[in-house]
Design a protein around this ligand. Structure first.
Ligand code: XBP
Ligand code: MG
Length: 244
């Protein structure tokens, strides 16, 4: 029986990567006097490294104009990442990150019908705290039994750590939950934790690029992303087997 929805944030609840983090990183680069810029298409390639600070470090490894020592690169990544997250909150406040179709409706309906919900993301807590009130209002946190962010784990997606922690905190077996994810690393993390997977492909992870190797996943679009459809699919795949 379906007991909980586990929500990814970036790319899943809004197009935060293209319109939020990427733009905010570019503002942080300019603010620091750096001649670096991430185009929409270049950022898609950078997304194979999850975690904004980790992404910056991977980028600097390829640059001749990045600081020489690892310590100096770490310090610069930390500074740019903090600045980026402040610009991200400003972009959210300016209304640049509307929710994707259906997301708010599913969250509200799930809450009204007594389903547990969790945020299961690799993004920083401050980004979640900036974005979620724009979807659900100032009391957004009451919708979620558990909120797990980048700071809460040792290893980011595609590692399953954040999903395993969410299951532990919710006290639920994986098959009683649904993970809602937009990306390959996110899908791999949920699958490795044994959580049934609903894919909501995003601009950087269109359906054709998402892993086919994950058995039993449900791929949704704007028209089919409805709680009744998610429930029906979960019941068919993981519900009790009734005698014919
Ligand atoms: C999200 C990420 C994050 C965001 C930026 O992955 O990889 O790094 O790009 O967030 P997912 P921070 O959607 O799978 O959670 O800069 O706060 O890390
Ligand atoms: Mg995502």
């Amino acid at each position: 029986m379906l007991k909980a929805l586990l929500w990814d944030v970036d790319g899943t609840v809004a197009e935060t990567e293209r319109d939020g983090h990427r733009v905010a990183f570019n503002l942080a680069f300019a603010d620091a006097g750096l001649d670096w810029g991430w185009t929409e298409s270049a950022y898609g390639d950078l997304l194979h490294v999850t975690g904004g600070r980790e992404r910056l470090l991977a980028f600097m490894d390829q640059r001749h104009d990045a600081p020489d020592s690892a310590a100096a690169r770490q310090a610069l990544a930390l500074r740019l990442h903090e600045r980026k997250n402040r610009f991200y909150a400003e972009l959210v406040a300016q209304g640049h990150l509307p929710p994707r179709p259906g997301v708010v409706g599913v969250m509200r309906e799930a809450r009204a019908s007594g389903l547990s919900q969790a945020i299961v993301t690799t993004t920083s807590r401050s980004n979640v705290q900036a974005l979620m009130p724009t979807l659900l209002g100032e009391d957004w946190a009451e919708t979620f039994a558990v909120v797990l962010c980048g700071e809460d784990t040792q290893r980011k997606k595609p590692d399953p750590e954040v999903y395993l922690l969410a299951l532990q905190r919710l006290g639920l077996p994986a098959t009683h939950c649904l993970a809602i994810e937009d990306s390959t690393p996110g899908a791999r993390a949920a699958h490795a934790a044994g959580v049934p997977l609903v894919l909501r492909p995003s601009v950087y992870f269109p359906a054709t690029t998402l892993p086919e190797a994950i058995p039993g996943q449900l791929c949704t679009d704007d028209a089919t992303f409805r709680l009744s459809d998610l429930r029906r699919w979960h019941e068919r795949q993981y519900g009790a087997v009734h005698p014919a």
